[in-house]
Design a protein. Sequence first.
Length: 170
Amino acid sequence: MTLFIFIYIFIIIQRLTELVISKRNEKFLFSNGGVEFGKSHYKYIVLLHTFFLLSLPVEFFLKDKEFVLHTINYVFLVIFIILQILRVYVLTTLGKYWNTRIILIPGKNRVRHGIYKYLNHPNYIIVVCEIFVIPMIFNLYLIAVIFTILNALMLFVRIKEENKALKNLI
């Protein structure tokens, strides 16, 4: 249970810190002529991620305590740690252009260095993996399956919107 609480608090602090960074970056982007796209679906992304985070302790504490306490999946724990390193790398690669929304500055070139030289949306790949991996550390299968599917559907909409914005604006 201690590992669950530690990881859960880590994720909450990490996400709240990222929201602060995102707000700061949004101000920079808007002050430099940034235009927001995909406003209509953003609230659903926020809801999805909020319910994901809220559902973790619910399933964890409703499960058979003996099973959960003695079966931490260390393979998924290692994958989670690797994903956190990649997450920081992706966010620092985008720097002041990273935010949780789709905000682009017209005429500004896309970030095409680091991992973005090889992948268009590495952050989304990391998030997809996280949404599956985090619950799997503690064998929370229901959350892993349901939220992976919901997130994939949401990302289908989001990536389509982001690609359209990138094509039309940059």
